[in-house]
Design a protein. Sequence first.
Length: 244
Amino acid sequence: MLNLNLPKKNGLFITGTDTGVGKTLVAGGIAAVLRGQGLKVGVFKPIASGCRKDGALISDDTEFLALCADADYSLSVITPVTYKTPAAPVTCVQLEGRAIDYEEIVAAYTYLCENTDVVIVEGIGGAMVPIDDEHTVLDLAVEFNLPMVVVARPNLGTINHSLLTIDAVRNAGLPVAGLVISGYNAFEADIAEETSPEVICEFSGVNLLSIVPFDEESSVEEGRLGQTVVEVLDFCDWATLAAV
C-alpha cells in the first residue's frame, strides 16, 4: 500500500492492456468530450517516461492531454514525475538514480481536484507495470480509487490481455467502468477483430463503452485529436460513469 491519502474526486482512471494501445488518445478524447459539455477537466498522468529535454523533461502524452482539456494549468501539474529513459518507471528509477516523488504526485493531484470539476487520470503502460521496487501502476490506481476504463487493441491476442487486465483490476478492489477498443479499422478487420469485443464483454461481464476507429487525423505525438474520435467517444455518457 502506498497510503498517499489522495483527495476524493469524480473521475475516471484510464489503463491499457499494453503500451501503445491508444489509452492516451482515449483519455484525451474523453477529456475533450467532457470539456465540450461545459465541465472543467483535470487531466493527470502522474508518471511519464521517454520524455524529451526541452528546458524541463516534457512528455508528448502530457502535451496532448493538456491540448484536449484546454488546460490552464502547467504541464508539471499534469505530469509531476518525468523520466528521459523510454522504459518502465522502475527501470527509469534505477538508471537515472531518481526515486519517484510521491509528494509531488499528491500535491499536483490535490491542485487539480481543487480547481476542476472532474479528473481523467491516465496510467503508464499496463496495469501491472512496476513503478518502483514494491509497487505497480495498479497499486497507484488504488490510491485514486476511481472507476477504471480499460483500453484494448482490436487484433488477435487482445482477448487474453483484456481479460487478464480486467481480472487484475477487480482483484485490486476497483470497479471497471467498461472497455474501449482503440484503433479498429473496419475496412481491414479480420474475424478476430470483429468478434473480440463481444467475447471480452461476455466473459468479463463488463460493458463495451466505445470502439474507437483508426483515425489518420489523430496523433498523440503531433498533438492532433481528430473529430471522428471525439464524435465516437461522445456516444458514451462519460459524465455519469465519472459520477459528475
